[in-house]
Ligand binder design. Sequence first.
Ligand SMILES: *[C@@H]1O[C@H](CO)[C@@H](O)[C@H](O)[C@H]1NC(C)=O
Ligand SMILES: *[C@@H]1O[C@H](CO)[C@@H](O)[C@H](O)[C@H]1NC(C)=O
Ligand SMILES: *[C@@H]1O[C@H](CO)[C@@H](O)[C@H](O)[C@H]1NC(C)=O
Length: 494
Amino acid sequence: MLVPRSTLALLTLPVTLALASQVPLRASCKPTTSRDYPWALFYPAVKWNSLHGAPRTEQGDPTVMNLASCSKAFLSASLGILMQDFADGENKTALPRNVEKFSWDTKMRDLLPDEWMTEDHWTTEKASLKDLLSHVTGFPAHDGSYSTYDSPQDIVARMRHLRAAYELRQLWEYTNQMYITGAYVVSKYSGSSYRDFLEERILLPLRMSSSTLYPDRAFESGKFTQSWTPSRRRIPFWMPEHTADLLAGAGGVMSNVEDMVNWVKMLLNSGVDPQTNKTIIPRTTFDLATSAISVAVHKGSALTSIMGYGLGWIRLAYRGHELVQHSGGAPGVATIVDPYPSDGFGVVLLANTVGPLVTQKIARAIADRMLGLPTEAPRVETEMGPHAQLEPRIPVNPIPPNILAGFTGTYSNLGYGNFTLCSPLFPNLGRLPGRHPRLQTSRFGDRKAHWSLGPLQRLAAVLGITSPAFSSIRTCLIFWTKSIRRSSWWRMER
Ligand SMILES: *[C@@H]1O[C@H](CO)[C@@H](O)[C@H](O)[C@H]1NC(C)=O
Ligand SMILES: *[C@@H]1O[C@H](CO)[C@@H](O)[C@H](O)[C@H]1NC(C)=O
Ligand SMILES: *[C@@H]1O[C@H](CO)[C@@H](O)[C@H](O)[C@H]1NC(C)=O
């Protein structure tokens, strides 16, 4: 695969479910109901065997998990808080001289003069933070273009070299990099780092004491879970400390279900912490963030309506009930935060393995019970059982190695950097059962990050390629960057 696994898997798109049978759900979930509030919150924490994590208690599960893209709502909240600081004169930095007001409509060009630039003049001039966080900049996911050692500033600087798929505000297109950019704006104007700002202004007042944006602190707490593939192979945590600052806005929050209860209670109370009456998310931002700004899914189904995207939140109706939600997925991480604002309850589901479809089914089945509706979720335990086999399989008949020889060379692109496909490994393919040639990039390669060429093999199989007939790599690379929907810009050197 031509992108680092860790960042590719951050892409978290809404999953529309095909819910069919009416088999009752048997998941390890436990409801809690607050006496003070008319809602309940369920928190199944899906655990595989030999999990390292804190023991479950009567009160709940203290195990800390990464939230992946469920962190995005924390960024829109942080930006809203920062905007309110400026409106209240409590700002710690000054805006550029020509910027009178810091709002969701303030142009990026004004907020980041000399830094914000895209290939398209109109987008450079007109894009606002609202456009960035509602995924309507026209940029597709360019998660393969950055290294885990890049800084948010590097991402902004290289934006001008990346291709857009659409014009500004033409269509919804999910882009993590805009959430990295949003976090950069917070760090630039809050007088502190994004991670510290969020911890101080959201986690602290909401008493989310087990939550953090610092992976090292999460590890030190002894409560942080290990991560697993669906087939129960343990894998390293996808966001080590050195990359946490880069990915903080897109997927950097670590929390547990106990802390997330306070986050959801606040959300169900329109941004105000019901325990202290303190406003956490300013009302204007809360209303905007949880409203449909762009259309993410244009068609509904028997169970779900069309889906609008706000600022780190998706808004839809599930079986006629209002749902403001987001899911998150990364290697070894699957999360769901589903507040049902009109019904007064929310579902938080954190799992230490990937599997958005399964977790979505569990969350919806819990909602069915809360809403008193017959469950529509199909049997989930079969998919979560010990024989889960969700990982891609290596083809039985691998592609002859000589086909791959055509891929060797160095590729360069200003936005993506250079990478080299090394040829010396290819002749060994047939002689090393169980080993695969490695795809090495020059930007990442010296940092000891390597990716399997397996996806390329599968791609070749899918395309029916049986001889080294293709003279150029372009077809292949367009396939992997298909969301860009434009002609290839890759150059190959021999
Ligand atoms: C707050 O922002 C205003 C307007 O940008 C600026 O004049 C003022 O100096 C800032 N306050 C502080 C404490 O920097
Ligand atoms: C919060 O505000 C409500 C309504 O104004 C009030 O009834 C309640 O006592 C307040 N709670 C606290 C903890 O201040
Ligand atoms: C990438 O390759 C181009 C063309 O060979 C070269 O000019 C450039 O310096 C390379 N960039 C990096 C970062 O190595």
